[in-house]
Write a protein that binds this ligand. Structure first.
Ligand code: AMP
Ligand code: MG
Length: 313
């Protein structure tokens, strides 16, 4: 059995192919990288322009006639990007004569993390551009805490933009932060939820006043990641889970990994991170989740849902 997955919810247009044992057979991606923030219509036009070229790259490795199932990331995401993904996936389904199923993008980040790390029943910290959530499974996915405003990745990218760093700013900020010293910035945890817009505007204000970007980046990471570690520790304590999984694009950050690793060691919990190449958005995670859901007969309807929450699958 071979499954193809299509990802097009935001910046990334990605296609991945796996076999029935979840081995990755092909994975191709392109990234829309705007100078300013993401413009949804522009992003979808970027996807449209690159989709067939990307599929050709996949066809160099895979005979599409061998595909049995097609998965599409059908939400949450930016409506124009989701619409284009749906159109592309429907055409492919018609061309191959194979079924198409809708997959929740957040579930896909969790499932690829579980499959590749082999963690069985983790609490998951999901940190990406648009999303920041702490999730565990108990008759479905339950969200224990989340951002009340913007995702941590978007906050990092906006901060980077102020300092002239292009998207994705995360890796560049991480590098510059290595030379910084700590200055106090607003810490905002409300119960199990978080806010990033306060610390973001304060950091931007201080950068614009001429404060050292090394210090601001370092402190921004320290404070935001401490906030994430605090709610994650509380989630592990409350659920009595013994495993923590870190997924999403921001999972690549070494300092965030370090803080979580120390916290888990103190609590006797196992900690693991989705492999770097599958941390950001990709088609492979959609293929894997389509197969997981297909095996458990949880077949999502094929309609796009821009606000589809993982606790509402
Ligand atoms: P995703 O939305 O899952 O594709 O993840 C993209 C986000 O991950 C962007 O906001 C990036 O800035 C962020 N990101 C990537 N690498 C790092 C890193 N090393 N540190 C922090 N954020 C990162
Ligand atoms: Mg994502």
């Amino acid at each position: 059995m071979k499954v193809i997955g299509i990802e097009s919810t935001a910046h990334t247009f990605g296609i991945g192919v796996i076999d029935e044992k979840f081995n990755v057979l092909a994975d191709e991606r392109t990234h829309y990288t705007p100078k300013e923030g993401i413009i949804p219509l522009e992003a979808s036009q970027f996807h449209e322009k690159n989709a067939s070229g990307l599929l050709k790259k996949i066809e160099d490795k895979i005979n599409l006639k061998e595909i049995n199932l097609i998965g599409l990331s059908s939400g949450p995401g930016l409506p124009p990007c989701l619409y284009h993904g749906l159109k592309f996936a429907k055409e492919l389904s018609k061309r191959l004569g194979k079924p198409l199923i809708g997959v929740n993008h957040c579930q896909a980040h969790i499932e690829i993390g579980k499959i590749l790390t082999k963690l069985k029943s983790p609490v998951t910290l999901y940190v990406s551009g648009g999303n920041t959530q702490i999730i565990y499974e108990n008759k479905g996915y339950k969200i224990l805490g989340e951002t009340q405003d913007i995702g941590i990745g978007n906050a990092i990218d906006k901060l980077g933009r102020t300092a002239g760093l292009s998207f994705p700013a995360g890796p560049k900020i991480e590098k510059i932060a290595g030379k910084g010293k700590f200055v106090m910035l607003p810490y905002s945890v409300k119960g199990m939820d978080l806010n990033f817009s306060g610390i973001l505007s304060e950091s931007i204000r201080r950068l614009e006043k001429g404060e050292s970007k090394e210090n601001i980046f370092y402190s921004f990471q320290e404070v935001c990641f401490a906030m994430l570690t605090e709610i994650t520790e509380r989630a592990i304590a409350a659920t009595e889970k013994k495993e923590l999984l870190l997924v999403g694009g921001v999972a690549q950050n070494n300092r965030l990994q370090e803080m979580l690793r120390i916290m888990c060691k103190d609590r006797g919990a196992k900690f693991d991170v989705v492999p770097k190449e599958f941390a950001g958005d990709n088609g492979t995670m959609i293929a894997m989740t389509a197969l997981v859901n297909y095996k458990s007969k949880k077949l999502g309807e094929i309609e796009i849902k821009s606000n589809w929450r993982v606790d509402n699958i």
